[in-house]
Design a protein around this ligand. Sequence first.
Ligand code: TXA
Ligand code: MG
Length: 336
Amino acid sequence: MGETKVLQVSAQNPDSQIIEEAARILQEGGLVCFPTETVYGLGADALNPEAVRKVFAAKGRPPDNPLIVHIATDQQLLDIADVVPEKGNALAEVFWPGPLTLVMKRTILISDLVTAGLDTVAVRMPNHPVTLGLIRTFDAGVVGPSANISGKPSPTDAAHVLEDLRGKVDLILDAGPTEIGLESTVIDVTLDPPAILRTGGLTRERIEEVIGPVQVSGSAADLQRSPGTRHRHYSPRAQVILVAEGDELALTHLLKAHRQSGRKVACIAHSHSLSKLESGEFFRMLPSSADFFARYLYRTLRELDALGVEVIIVESIPEIGLGAAVMDRLRRAAAS
Ligand code: TXA
Ligand code: MG
């Protein structure tokens, strides 16, 4: 593939000519990266196996990790999901468009390539005027994994997409930084109670307000069900080490030990007590609100990678609200 075109587009008032150009590329089997409220996605025609194959190739994604199909209207759901369970329907009604992905039985229109051979399909209606406009104009489902090289933190900015996928996609729609900064919550509604397979932008608390108790995955059997969670994920190049919230002693000790071994060490913290210990080029203070921490986490990890940092020590945040998804991503990064 040749050049990657980047077009800036207003998030609130997208230029219809740009949307039409993007839809044309999808119709021709090309790849278009699009903004969402969570992270940027790598889009292709969900019903075109050649285009879907290109998505896996561009990301270097293992073929056993299925893709989310993005839709813009309730009608489009009927082409993709064979059965919409009652609780799935209730969630869609309250939270779509939004940071929630529903796993449901699939129709025969959806190929094995998209679902990695599963009999279910993941569907989401993203809450972003640019991408809703694109999918409506294209008039069919669009696969959309996060627009990063497989394993890396998801892109929260068009510049991150370009960094990972330059020359591998036809077009990037740049609508500025994403709002949430973490991926959508994935919930399997074929089960009762439904099971959260990936924590994300919609909290468990808000889901349970609508459909009552849910299960949260974690067992080996669950990992089979959510194939994506088996793979290395959300990780910067640098080694990630987690310390407890406010743990000055652990931070001091780790900084010293790693520096003595000659490594370039960075720190991401949110407590003021920790910021007194450290400052300088590789120290990043994030807001202590979980929502803001989530918004800036991936960009901070990428930024530190670009500086050639080898170790990133991260202060934990409470697992309340979006804090649960933040800590899930940080634990995965620390484990890899
Ligand atoms: O916020 C998001 O969800 C972003 C934006 C672009 O929409 N997309 C995203 O896609 O994060 P991706 O491909 O990076 O993550 C999709 C997750 C993976 O963990 C995958 O394994 C899971 O959804 N998934 C997809 N289809 C599934 C299925 N049929 N059953 C279980 N898990 C599935
Ligand atoms: Mg991803």
